[in-house]
Each structure stands twice: as C-alpha cells, then as structure tokens.
Write a new protein. Structure first.
Length: 214
C-alpha cells in the first residue's frame, strides 16, 4: 500500500512538471528592437537583417501589417525554427512606387502555443525626394596602407567611412588589385549610407618585397 501511494505521488509530480513546461511563458526579443529603412522614389530595394531570439517555444511564425498602404514590406522566412534566427526585411517592388513620405509597418512575431506573448516590431520607411544632379559618395580616409612580413601575422583590418549628402543613397563595394594576387578584401553589412566598410588583406602566397596596390 505504501509503495502504491509513493508511485501515485511520483506520477502526480511528473504530471505537474510537464504541465509547467506546457504552460511556460514565451519570451521573444529582437536586435534591433525597431527598423528604419530609407529609399528614393524608383530607387533600389532596401534590406536589413533582424535577429530574433526566444525561449519557451519551439517555433515562431512571422507576419507583416503595412496598415493598408500596399504590400511594400516583405520578410523571409515566415517560420523561425532555431533560436537565434535571422529574419530578412526588405522594401519590395511596391515600395518603389510610393510617393515621398514616411510609412509605417508592424512585424508580428508569435508562438502558436503562446500567442498572447507575441511581439510587434515597428518598421518605418522614409521615401525621400529624388537626388538632384549626380549622386556623391564621400569616403574617409582617402587611402589605406598595410604592412606585412612574408609568412608573418596578417595585418589588422581597417575601416572606411562612407557618407553622402544624398539621403537614402545606396552603393556597392568591391576590391581589385593591380597585380595577380587577390590579396585585398572589402566587406559591409549595410549598403545604405552612412556605412562602414571593413578592409582586410590576405598575404598568403605573396612573395617578399612586393609593393602591391589596390
């Protein structure tokens, strides 16, 4: 009788634990907590990455509300499985037809098991006036210099600051060299000014004494 009672109590304890897990709260957070996009009328699409983290749920679903002003905002993917997960946001084709102004949207991220704990990430799109004249990019500093020893430590990457008087201007960055060695590399997470470019070099296979330019 005593053993039967202990077994019943143990089963009840297990049931309580599983009930606690099933009813646990879902906590969702994003980095950044809000998003601002800029675009020129008829300009190229703008995009950014939102990092979503959560606890207490297996998967999350994502939806967009542009509050009745066209389907200018798109997201991918619509289901998030592993935390943290990247969520891509971009102003799609409909955004290029929008007149000058500021537009708002909301991205709702929710768990099917705890929909009450859904969050909404605010997104704003600023559509500016078309740039007048030739668009201008300002890059600082004007030159970079790297020094390395053959077979030695790779030089520390350096940065370039890119700005423009033309609000909402986009650009593309690439690296090229005047020799046969592809030693120069450039990367950026943002092609919308202002932006910071990271410039690095890879000296593997380069002979000593060479003065390379890129």
């Amino acid at each position: 009788m005593f053993f039967l009672r202990m077994r019943v109590l143990a089963l009840l304890a297990i049931a309580v634990v599983f009930a606690g897990i099933a009813c646990g709260q879902t906590t969702i957070s994003t980095v950044p907590s809000s998003v601002a996009l800029n675009q020129q009328p008829g300009g190229s699409f703008q995009s950014t990455i939102l990092e979503v983290s959560w606890t207490g749920a297996t998967t999350l679903t994502v939806s967009v509300n542009t509050y009745g002003v066209g389907n200018w905002l798109s997201i991918s993917p619509l289901t998030l499985v592993n935390t943290p997960a990247p969520l891509q946001l971009y102003a799609g084709p409909a955004a290029t037809a929008l007149p000058t102004g500021v537009y708002s949207a909301g991205i709702q991220i929710a768990s099917a098991t705890n929909p009450a704990n859904a969050i909404t990430v605010g997104v704003t799109l600023s559509v500016g006036s078309p740039a007048q004249g030739n668009p201008t990019l300002l890059v600082s500093p004007a030159t970079l210099s790297f020094t390395a020893q053959a077979g030695g430590i790779v030089p520390t990457p350096q940065t370039l600051n890119v700005t423009s008087p033309n609000a909402g201007m986009t650009f593309a960055a690439s690296a090229s060299t005047t020799d046969a060695y592809n030693w120069l590399q450039v990367s950026t997470l943002n092609t919308l000014v202002p932006a910071v470019l990271t410039v690095s070099v890879n000296t593997a296979g380069m002979p000593a004494g060479i003065a390379a330019k890129g």
